[in-house]
Design a protein around this ligand. Structure first.
Ligand code: SAH
Ligand code: SF4
Length: 400
């Protein structure tokens, strides 16, 4: 599947690329800044950028799109603190972003965070994730990633608020679309475009080791978050099927190197599932992996997803897990407010809009998960039975 509107989105262009296009058609280079300012001020077509001459407006609309998002449906929850946006792209692909408002509290200013998607669907297929169940649709373009940010920033600006943080924790595996994600991060950092500092951007990965190494070579670009979920391979094989390609120790080694080179703390996400990955032994396995590292662990109760037989761990179990990690000197935060949670929210609405899987498919999936998790809890590493939806040869570093 590719985008059916072939005009590139303007938000994905660098100032230099736009200048080159303008100069080639005989317009002055300074128009690029006027166009970019218009784009980031929320223009939806060249007609909205009044400073431009009429001839240039027509040419811009013919060559580029001011917006790659065709339509957006909003769903508000948590007393309007969480706004989920389902975006339809021009080829019909459906993606999701979530805007979260955190009011100011003692010593801290208010924060407005948007959680954005990097792909339509996801090939990694983590069974507790609504996006994983959808399978892979396609990579998003740089402009499609950035237009989610523009859209959210526009909604906030209309209320006199400012977007303060961006997290790549929506649909998709950002490190499997890393070229576009890096271009998008450049656009976010660029003072001529969005102008948000790297410290305010987080990218989460399920553990694409060659991608992590590439980021390490580039130097600090953003906070790196790793979806850990389990410290033992047998269980992580089931929860994050990419673990069969890059086992957890390789992921941690790459993350450790990233922290050492960039001097930036790594964030580890652990989604806790009742009776599956929430025992003392699971906490100890994580302690064994992370002890002494520059790391922070976020514990997130699993948000229930229709196709799984699983539910969230009860809060006392999560607190006990947290205490075990803290007792070993690992900084740990429990995310209590599920409705507002980032990963927990993302992907589910878009999955709904894509159409629910058949009851027979759901029950087959549930049975498979029960079988696999029972084997994993015994410590058996199951053979590859098709849960890993990414063909190994298609993964970066497959030729290693
Ligand atoms: N693909 C990337 C980023 C998107 S998922 C990754 O996996 O890291 C963002 C986060 O949401 C991940 O940590 C993921 O494990 C978590 N998540 C997905 N489904 C969830 C659910 N049902 N409940 C809680 N967290 C979930
Ligand atoms: Fe993909 Fe992340 Fe969902 Fe796993 S948790 S299926 S990697 S989006």
């Amino acid at each position: 599947m590719t985008d059916s509107d072939l005009r590139p989105g303007l938000s994905g262009l660098t100032q230099e690329a736009l200048e080159a296009w303008l100069v080639a058609r005989g317009d002055p280079a300074y128009r690029a800044r006027q166009v970019m300012t218009g784009v980031w001020a929320g223009a939806r077509s060249a007609a909205d950028v009044h400073v431009l001459p009429a001839g240039l407006r027509g040419a811009l609309d013919e060559a580029f799109r001011f917006d790659t998002i065709a339509s957006t449906e909003l769903v508000v929850s948590d007393g309007s603190r969480t706004e989920k946006a389902v975006h339809r792209l021009s080829d019909g692909a459906v993606i999701e972003s979530v805007l979260m408002h955190y009011p100011a509290k003692a010593g801290q200013r208010e924060r407005n965070t948007v959680c954005i998607s990097s792909q339509a669907g996801c090939a990694v297929g983590c069974p507790f994730c609504a996006t994983g169940e959808l399978g892979f649709g396609r990579d998003l373009s740089t402009a499609e990633i950035l237009d989610q940010v523009r859209e959210a920033a526009g909604r906030l600006a209309a209320r006199g608020r400012r977007l303060t943080n961006i997290v790549f924790m929506g649909m998709g595996e950002p490190l499997l679309n890393l070229d576009r994600v890096l271009e998008a991060v450049d656009g976010l950092n660029d003072p001529d475009r969005f102008g948000l500092g790297a410290r305010h951007i987080t990218v989460s990965t399920s553990g694409v080791v060659p991608g992590i190494r590439r980021l390490t070579a580039l130097g600090p670009q953003f906070t790196l978050a790793i979806s850990l979920h389990a410290g033992r391979d047998a269980l992580r094989d089931v929860l994050v099927p990419l673990n069969r390609r890059w086992p957890v120790r390789e992921v941690i080694a790459a993350a450790r190197e990233h922290a050492a080179k960039t001097r930036r703390r790594i964030s580890y996400e652990v989604t806790l599932i009742a009776g599956i990955n929430d025992t003392d032994a699971d906490a100890d396995a994580i302690v064994e992996l992370l002890r002494g590292d520059l790391a922070h662990v976020n514990l997130i109760p699993m948000n229930p997803v229709a196709h799984t037989p699983w539910t969230a761990s009860p809060m006392p179990v999560i607190e006990r897990f947290a205490e075990r990690l803290r007792g070993a000197g690992i900084q740990t935060t429990v995310r209590r407010n599920r409705g507002q949670e980032i990963g927990a929210a993302c992907g589910q609405l878009a999955a709904d809009r894509a159409g629910a899987p058949s009851p027979a498919a759901v029950s087959r999936r549930r049975e498979l998960l029960v079988r696999q998790s029972v084997a994993a809890l015994r410590g058996d590493r199951a053979p590859d039975d098709g849960l890993l939806a990414v063909p190994s040869a298609a993964l970066p570093g497959a030729d290693r």
